[in-house]
Ligand binder design. Structure first.
Ligand code: UD1
Length: 430
């Protein structure tokens, strides 16, 4: 079984190229089936989640061809099945985007219910409410969500909570509904805006994405496009915190600094120097880190997907810090693992109280989910001695070449497949 072998203690130094945003790529891939014309998508991250979605799309007749590692050509003119039952698709949360896309175009979709990271109850009631408001019949049967409509008609939809997935899903279906749809209390994340921009580049009429009211005037047909996905805000943020935690000096390249403002602000608060340029950000951590408070919130607040990474930094910072998780209720599963490395953290409900310690020490740890897995790798890079991180498949869901990019910054990290390989790594790294 693959695991990361890590020898900590080196400050990370250098430049790292950030890839396309996974959470934009997934809805954009799904939306590409809404036209019979050919679609080209650039800056596609080569991660497990996008591969799974692409395979599920191929299984229903979509033609997918990689022009290079990050550019894909898609044509959905020959879709032959509106039932998506792929064994793997239930492992990714974003499978639900195929519902909005297929429902919008064909007025019928049946998709295995989504999975994804086990970070708390991940209801889809808001998606269902939106589809019903557009006139679709929606049923959950035999582990599938089944939707069908005679016609979809625009509607005024008020979201009970801010949901990225529901906002994008309803937006996709409404793109090919008759008349105007208004989504109130919409999510404002950069990937919501990117999904809207992609649909607009195919001929959709969506206004207001990035604000909390999105207006969609339905169109009867979408056309082909050539589109480039935005950089991954969370991948960038993860490397920025890796710089902080290892007392390093890292420049993340190919980013949109505006999307990283909440992350930048917290790094400055805890004592890092952050320098922004047009499309890169440099994080220098030359001083000891200090404590702060943080609460996860929908964009432009501090992202829940960065919560474990900031906690790993705060657990090495002077003083007591408070981290409040307000989006998912089960997102502190990494705390036990971090404790094994020497952290002092007490979790009460949705709050973690962190007493900063001087150092981490290496341990054998397990990645509980995607972002927490990445955060634990960063912790191991800061720790004294060697660590192993198991269940790296979670990390590979959302980070392309994670260990190679870290190696490029001077990290001693390798993907090993056996105890023998790990012992060899230990010998090599002293
Ligand atoms: C997306 C991201 C995920 C990120 C999350 C919040 C993808 C593939 N995943 O997940 O990485 O952590 O946004 O930024 O893009 N909720 C409901 N009912 C619904 C929908 C959501 O109660 O119908 C709740 C959820 O349980 C959660 C909150 O709303 O507490 C936010 O969830 P949502 O924004 O929908 O997250 P995802 O789109 O699943």
């Amino acid at each position: 079984m693959e695991q990361y072998a890590i020898k900590g203690g080196n400050p990370l130094v250098g430049e790292v190229e950030i890839g396309g945003a996974k959470n934009a790529a997934l809805p954009i891939l799904a939306a590409s089936i809404m036209t019979d014309d050919t679609v080209y998508i650039d800056n596609m991250p080569d991660v497990r989640d996008t591969k799974v979605l692409l395979r599920a799309m191929e299984n229903i007749g979509v033609v997918c061809r990689h022009e290079n590692r990050h550019r894909v050509m898609l044509n959905a003119a020959q879709i032959n099945d509106l039932v998506v039952e792929d064994e793997n698709i239930k492992k990714i949360r974003a499978s639900y985007y195929l519902i909005g896309a297929l429902l919008g175009k064909y007025k019928h979709a049946e998709v295995t219910l989504p999975g994804g990271c086990d970070i708390g109850c991940r209801a889809i009631d808001q998606h269902i409410k939106g589809f019903r408001a557009l006139g679709a019949d929606v049923r959950i049967e035999y582990g599938m969500i089944k939707t069908r409509a005679e016609r979809l008609v625009g509607s005024h939809i008020y979201m009970d909570m801010v949901s990225v997935g529901a906002t994008i899903n309803i937006m996709m279906a409404a793109t090919m509904a008759e008349g105007m749809t208004i989504i109130e209390n919409a999510a404002k994340e950069p990937h919501v805006v990117d999904s809207a921009n992609f649909l607009n580049s195919m001929g959709a009429n969506i206004k207001g994405a990035g604000t909390d009211v999105i207006r969609i005037k339905g169109v009867s047909r979408l056309h082909g496009t050539d589109y480039t996905i935005i950089p991954d805000q969370i991948e960038a943020g993860t490397f920025m915190f890796a710089a902080a935690v290892t007392k390093g000096d890292v420049t993340v390249k190919n980013v949109i600094p505006k999307h990283l403002e909440s992350i930048t602000a917290k790094l400055q608060e805890i004592g890092c120097e952050v320098k922004e340029a047009d499309d890169c950000i440099r994080v220098v951590a030359s001083k000891p880190l200090c404590h702060t408070q943080v609460k996860t919130l929908p964009y432009p607040g501090f992202p829940t997907d960065m919560q474990p990474q900031i906690a790993v930094a705060l657990a090495l910072s002077k003083g007591t810090s408070i981290v409040t998780e307000s989006i998912f209720e089960n997102r502190f599963k990494y705390v036990d693992e971090l404790t094994r490395m020497g952290a002092s953290i007490k979790v009460e409900g949705n709050t973690a109280i962190i007493d900063g310690v001087e150092r981490y020490t290496g341990a054998s740890i397990t990645a509980p989910d995607l972002r927490a897995g990445a955060a634990l790798v960063i912790a191991a890079l800061a720790a004294e001695g060697c660590s192993t991180v198991d269940d790296v498949r979670y990390i590979q869901r959302g980070y392309e070449d994670f260990h190679l990019k870290l190696q490029g910054l001077g990290a001693q990290i390798e993907l090993v497949e056996s105890e023998r390989e790990y012992q060899k790594f230990k010998l090599k790294t002293g």
